[in-house]
Design a protein around this ligand. Structure first.
Ligand code: NAD
Length: 434
């Protein structure tokens, strides 16, 4: 089987490399020429641990290629994984323009049977539109199937997740499509869940919304903890030990971000609204998450009173550690709010600074990027930890105390021990803890 990957962004590049690693013949294509040029040379355009090594390995092995030519890639493939973006529109719904565009191109190049696999996160019922679009624009009487195979990788551990999936969801409506996908994922045969297409599409939105709900839930409890003697990490531990609840995604902080959770929660709200289902539960999940920005700013104000002309060091800009992805990162809203208050910011992230610069350009003295965390802390009136990169866990706090103008630390991810930090004479606030 020749596999074509349309869209070699985070998901597409990892999928291309992962499927090649499983031994398949894979060609990746993208409308952004630079991504294809880089990938062809063994360079990953994103930071993702382990990705570049596997990319190089499979290029050398000869079963992974990248091609600028979308038409040619479609024509030569038996299976097409559609991995293009499905961004959020103003009203919260998913923008399906790219998926529709790719469906038309597939139709125009339908030279033999093809299995078209939705890998992008799409609203339930999308497959009916993909099918209709291909039928509308195809020229001859060529057969095709549409299937859904949602992606569950986590940025920062995407390669690991691809190689060790909890489950492979395969939504199909023909045996032919099922057999092809089961063959592709033979290595994970014991973890394949076959469903109808609507179910597979919904599983993805449901999974992300449920995880987002866990995060908002624990953040809501953190607010309660801050007004009582309860302590959020022990509350989370006590809850998580219950197997029915589980301990993951119960970490209080400045909220979830990234290219998936905020958009997928809102897309599911819109899907429900359109189908006449009351989606208040998820509306609250979104609201609780958005409230985190004001809450963290309140903590800074509690320490400094007025933020105007204060120099605030922001540590961690990526939406989570081990990635350079800044899409919907809480840091962006926080920095914009700080600048809105008239504060100056010194910004540091081990990987994501270049990406953030495109959104918040360097503009001294208001916006300064530094090469180390300590450099960002120098002369700062307060520090705000937004992303819990490992290197912050071993930050030299003694030194930080020396070089900051005011040793104030707002720990938005509960990285440090309150007792230890305070022993150094640093004024400290975290989330849901005294
Ligand atoms: P991305 O923006 O990194 O990648 C999308 C790629 O598609 C881009 O490189 C873009 O240039 C390309 N593209 C757009 N139109 C194209 C066209 N007509 N032909 C060829 N290429 C085209 O996005 P992503 O993070 O990889 O997400 C892709 C989809 O997967 C989204 O639906 C997202 O919700 C979903 N998803 C993302 C993640 C994640 O962690 N990033 C995880 C699971 C699912």
């Amino acid at each position: 089987m020749q596999i074509g990957i349309i869209g070699t962004g985070y998901v597409g590049l990892v999928t291309a490399v992962g499927l090649a690693e499983l031994g398949h013949e894979v060609t990746g294509t993208d409308i952004v020429a630079d991504k294809i040029d880089k990938a062809s040379q063994g360079i990953a355009h994103i930071y993702e641990p382990g990705l570049e090594d596997l990319l190089k390995k499979n290029l050398q092995r000869g079963n992974l290629r990248f091609d600028h030519d979308l038409d040619k890639t479609i024509q030569s493939s038996d299976v097409l994984f559609v991995c293009v973006s499905t961004p959020q529109r103003e009203d919260g719904s998913a923008d399906m323009t790219y998926v529709e565009g790719v469906s038309r191109r597939i139709a125009e190049n339908l030279n033999k049977y093809k299995l078209v696999v939705e890998k992008s996160t799409v609203p339930v019922r999308t497959s009916t539109w993909v099918k209709k679009t291909i039928d509308l624009y195809k020229k001859g009487d060529v057969e095709f199937d549409v299937a859904s195979n949602p992606e569950f990788l986590r940025e920062g551990s995407a390669i690991h997740d691809f190689m060790h999936p909890d489950r492979i969801v395969v939504g199909v409506e023909t045996e032919r499509a099922r057999d092809m996908l089961v063959e592709i994922y033979q290595a994970y045969e014991d973890r394949i869940l076959v469903t109808n297409i609507d179910t597979a599409e919904l599983i993805k939105h449901a999974s992300n919304s449920f995880l987002a709900m866990k995060i908002s839930f624990i953040n809501l409890l953190a607010d309660l903890c801050e007004r009582t003697e309860a302590e959020i990490e022990s509350v989370a531990r006590g809850m998580g030990l219950d197997e029915r609840i589980g301990s993951q995604f119960l970490k209080a902080g400045v909220g979830y971000g990234g290219s998936c959770f905020p958009k997928d929660v809102r897309a599911l709200i819109k899907i429900g609204e359109d189908l006449g289902v009351n989606m208040d539960l998820l509306r609250d999940v979104d609201k609780i998450n958005l409230d985190r920005i004001a809450i963290v700013l309140e903590k800074l104000k509690k320490a400094l009173w007025i933020l105007k002309d204060k120099k605030i060091a922001v540590l961690g800009l990526a939406f989570k550690p081990e990635t350079d992805d800044i899409r919907n990162a809480p840091s962006i809203a926080i920095i914009q709010a700080l600048l809105g208050e008239g504060a100056c910011v010194t910004l540091y992230d081990p990987q994501a600074a270049e990406n953030i610069k495109a959104v918040i350009p360097e503009n001294p003295p208001s916006v300064v990027y530094t090469r180390t965390a300590l450099e960002a802390l120098k002369g700062a009136n307060a520090a705000l930890l937004v992303t819990e990169w490992d290197e912050f866990k071993t930050l030299d706090l003694k030194k930080a105390h020396e070089i900051m103008d005011n040793p104030i630390l707002i720990d938005g991810r509960n990285v440090f021990s309150p007792k230890k930090v305070r022993e150094l004479g640093i004024e400290y606030a975290s989330v849901g803890r005294k």
